[in-house]
Design a binder for this molecule. Structure first.
Ligand code: UT7
Length: 340
């Protein structure tokens, strides 16, 4: 008999229902208002608010990195769940502004929390990253391979802004949100996500410099190619089309209709994008949760920050059906239904 034949067979574990049992969020205290930006670039509060719905955004201090914000959001989620850091099996961080190329931001979060039993992994899907990470974490718990997964979306977008480019610097902000996934006896929990991507459109929203394609050089710095570049109008159109389609597919797969959804929590990039999605899927703006006015676009952090806020202020209640939908560079997009 071979050595392999003596090993235990791999037995498929039963699928378990997975729920977000707790959440937390953190934004740095510093606020940059539209009036502040008027002093930095040729813009106006009127233009920014009417085109995007943004009034202000939070900006981290120089000493505060993505993992610092992520760890604080995670501490709040752990406190909410009455769990200790040693109970976390996996830390998954969705970010496009990691502390360093490596180690992963998740490793820095592990160190700060003292989550010594946790495996650590970063996931890159730009502004859609949190729902991609949620789906990865959900599968580990559903399969029974892991019991407690900490999923974080965290960004320090202020470090990748060209603060002289009015077409991008008015849009983004810093922050973090965290969710804890466990198996529960809820009837549905978190549904499998609808995930999509179109890599052929990678140039429309990107940080082109500083990676292996265009390594750091004086030229990259002079041309500010280490900063976020976006073809705003094009991104707008694709964001509406793909988020609306993903939301509809998530509903169709679950058998729910839009009227069953207590609250739609979309990626917070632009209030006009959210309005346009509502028109396509037949949802009035009141059905959406919006906080883009106070935080701007926090990329991978936005949807979990909004979900956490909606839960804390009572906009969603335990048992409510919630629809999450996101879109980001890549392009990448995702939609997930969950029973809160
Ligand atoms: O998180 C990932 C997903 N990201 C997004 O979903 C963002 C998608 N895009 C958008 O939200 C919008 O396209 C923007 C908010 C970025 C821009 O709004 P827009 O209505 O598409 O404006 P535009 O880019 O067509 O620009 C209109 C005008 C231009 O001037 P001209 O060429 O018409 O003279 C811009 O130069 O507005 C000008 N402009 C500004 N004016 C004052 C652009 N940015 C500014 C600004 N202040 N900050």
């Amino acid at each position: 008999m071979t050595a392999a034949a003596q090993l235990k067979p791999v037995v498929a574990a039963p699928t378990r229902t997975v729920s977000i049992v707790a959440s937390g969020a953190y934004v740095p205290p510093g606020i940059r208002t539209n009036a502040d930006l008027e002093k930095m670039v040729d813009t106006s509060d009127e233009w920014i608010y009417s085109r995007t719905g943004i009034r202000e955004r939070h900006i981290a201090e120089d000493h505060e990195a993505t993992s610092d914000m992520a760890a604080e959001a995670a501490r709040r989620a752990l406190a909410d769940a009455h769990l200790g850091p040693d109970q976390i099996d996996l830390i998954l961080v969705a970010t496009c502004t990691p502390d360093m190329t490596f180690p992963s931001t998740a490793c820095f979060v592990q160190q700060q929390l003292g989550a010594t039993h946790a495996a650590c992994l970063d996931l890159s899907a730009a502004c859609a990253g949190f729902l991609y990470a949620l789906d990865v974490g959900r599968q580990y718990v559903a399969s029974g391979q892991l019991n407690t997964v900490l999923v974080i979306g965290a960004e320090k977008m202020s470090t990748v802004m060209d603060w002289t480019d009015r077409t991008t610097c008015v849009l983004f902000g810093d922050g973090a949100g965290a969710a804890i996934l466990q198996a529960t006896d809820a009837s549905h929990g978190v549904w499998p996500a609808v995930l999509g991507a179109d890599g052929s459109l990678n140039k429309l929203l990107a940080i082109p410099g500083g990676g292996s394609r265009e390594p750091f050089s004086q030229q990259v710095l002079d041309d500010k190619r280490h900063c976020l570049k976006m073809a705003g109008r094009e991104v707008f159109k694709h964001a509406v089309t793909n988020m609306a389609a993903a939301a509809q597919e998530a509903l169709q797969r679950s058998g729910a209709c839009i009227e069953d959804v207590a609250c739609i929590i979309p990626h917070q990039a632009n209030a006009r994008i959210i309005q346009a999605i509502g028109q396509r899927i037949g949802a009035p703006i009141e059905q959406f949760y919006l906080n883009v006015d106070r935080y701007g676009n926090t990329s991978a952090a936005s949807v979990i920050m909004a979900l956490d806020e909606a839960a804390r202020n009572g906009r969603i209640q335990r048992g409510d059906l919630v629809l999450l939908v996101v879109f980001g560079g890549g392009f990448t997009w995702a939609a997930t239904l969950l029973e809160w």
